[in-house]
Design a protein around this ligand. Sequence first.
Ligand code: G3H
Ligand code: 13P
Ligand code: ZN
Length: 327
Amino acid sequence: MTSYKELGFVNTNDMFKKAYTGKYAVPAYNFNNMEQIQAIITACLKTQSPVILQVSAGARKYANADLLRGMAKGAIDMMKKMAKDEGLKEIPVALHLDHGATFEICKDCIDSGFSSVMIDGSHHSFEDNIALTTKVVEYAHAHDVTVEGELGVLAGIEDDVVAEKSNYTKPEEVEEFVKKTGVDSLAISIGTSHGAYKFKVNNESEIPPLRFDILEEIERKLPNFPIVLHGSSSIPQEAVKIINEHGGKIEKAFGVPEAQLRKASQLSVCKINIDSDGRLWMTASIRKFFDENPSKFDPRGYLGAGREALTKMYEKKNREVLGSAQN
Ligand code: G3H
Ligand code: 13P
Ligand code: ZN
């Protein structure tokens, strides 16, 4: 058993309290490799933003769970040294399991040093979701680990479940769910969705707005309670254009407009999950690098270009979209 406290992480309690009163959202960025985590830490330290490092089951499978945990621990050491060298304050970092499907994966993460877990019971019945979430909360809270639950199903691909249409969160269910389970935050469905193809539309002007009416009703039922938005990439058209100009083929890919995320983060949304935008910028910069440097073959060249693009993107998100930058 390794406690997250020994590794230098924090749980999300204090982060969300400050985010709620400060009217911003804490960024939750997924990582699978070294360049992504370097970019996340560098950008968040520079902007003095708290950050949630997210690990999915797929990331654990791809990179090896022990190696990923070691990388996250290394990221804390890197952040502390960089802060000292650059005269900056250290930032709070949480290590979070994204979309935990079972009690067992949540327990495994808690036992190995995660400070926060998501138990995603959203595709179960309301009663089964409550039972599963409660079991995770009991174990997590005994170790001072925070838990995110979910009510409502996002359109797009969520875990291995493909939801054709959004199943918006029912505001009349949230109070009972939170009271019975004891979760620390709640992911809701108000029109965001996972991946690069969020909406079946032909251009940006046709993107349906998020259901702020549902968010506001949930806020009335759960005052001062942190809400989480998944599927919140904005699918930057500039990155899509670069990909397509350099041999890629990404068509009719649109995301959640940044202005709507800005508005949500000023309301009760305290955590915003972004993964696809980073994937797009990484791909765009690597494709461009290959096209422009046909004779180069050192991975540090093209992965370094990807890391640079990611760092810029995370900085911009913290400053202009989530409002989490304090510097
Ligand atoms: O919500 C899902 C995240 O973007 C993680 O995706 O399961 O492909 O690692 P993944
Ligand atoms: P995006 O696919 O919109 O980046 O969403 C990521 C996410 O919700 C991770 O849990
Ligand atoms: Zn998600």
